[in-house]
Ligand binder design. Structure first.
Ligand code: IPE
Ligand code: IPE
Ligand code: MG
Length: 252
């Protein structure tokens, strides 16, 4: 019997479409280096890929798109690169906010806001306030974000409430802690995509990605386009999600 007859066809119907896709946009620097360009040029091209990714997410029926734009650990990069990245963040909000708003996109920013440059803090607040009532796509920007720091901040707030006698420590469970995470109210990511070939989380959504599917693409972020997005979603549809249970069986 040919192998094709004994290998079961992949089931196509048991995985629901991903509601929340989270993306680790990695490889801007290597994209630039491969072309003999400065790293900043890679970041600029990365913003163009991001614009396209937001548009594609809406078209592909994704309801929440989270992007890792700057990690808590990225401050360890050289000052010139940080200046480049901050300038791009500011320009992105200034240039794109109105269009995102017109497209029905709600912007939400996760990460630590204490100590941020006041201009960036203002732009983040403006973007969130302007788009608060939109519901076509929720665009979550992880900025100055670290998963461990986020969990530690949540734990600190729970401890403060307990110390003030407002919270019984015995009542604290996963659902309680989730109320104090930056992502409160958002569904967990179904799919986490990382470009550049690296296969690690780099402190991204540690709590929320507990049962996410991971797709690692061998392309640098500036080359991420609609076709790459579709490829990642196709791969997601070939996965079998179990959440600790058993595979749903059909037939005998
Ligand atoms: C991702 O690209 C963008 C940010 C981390 C802000 P990198 O800058 O990490 O590019 P590589 O990984 O060095 O190629
Ligand atoms: C993760 O990429 C952070 C962002 C994409 C913003 P990094 O390039 O900082 O991750 P590592 O250092 O390779 O793990
Ligand atoms: Mg990197």
């Amino acid at each position: 019997m040919p192998v094709s007859d004994v290998v079961a066809a992949p089931a196509v119907d048991q995985v629901a479409a991903p509601v929340h896709v989270a993306v680790i946009m990695d490889g801007n620097g290597r994209w630039a280096a491969a072309r003999g360009l400065p790293r900043g040029e890679g970041h600029r091209r990365g913003v163009a890929a991001l614009r396209q990714a937001v548009r594609s997410a809406g078209e592909l029926g994704v309801k929440v798109l989270t992007i890792y734009s700057f990690s808590a650990e990225n401050w360890s990069r050289p000052a010139t690169e940080i200046d480049d990245l901050m300038a791009l963040v500011k320009r992105f909000v200034r240039d794109d906010l109105q269009e995102l708003h017109r497209a029905g996109v709600r912007v939400r920013v996760i990460g630590d806001r204490t100590g941020l440059d006041s201009e960036i803090f203002g732009l983040i607040s403006e973007a969130e306030a302007l788009t608060r009532a939109n519901d076509k796509l929720t665009f979550v920007v992880a900025f100055n974000y670290g998963g461990r720091q986020e969990i530690a901040r949540a734990a600190r707030r729970l401890a403060e409430q307990a110390a003030a006698g407002e919270l019984d420590p015995a009542s604290i469970g996963t659902a309680t802690l989730e109320q104090y995470l930056d992502t409160v109210g958002l569904p967990d990511p179904d799919l986490v995509i990382r470009t550049s070939g690296e296969q690690r989380l780099s402190n991204f959504l540690l709590w929320q990605a507990a049962y996410a599917e991971f797709v690692f693409l061998p392309i640098y972020w500036p080359d991420f386009d609609r076709a790459a997005f579709e490829q990642a979603i196709d791969e997601f549809h070939r996965r079998e999600r179990r959440f600790g249970g058993l595979k749903a069986r059909t037939g005998s």
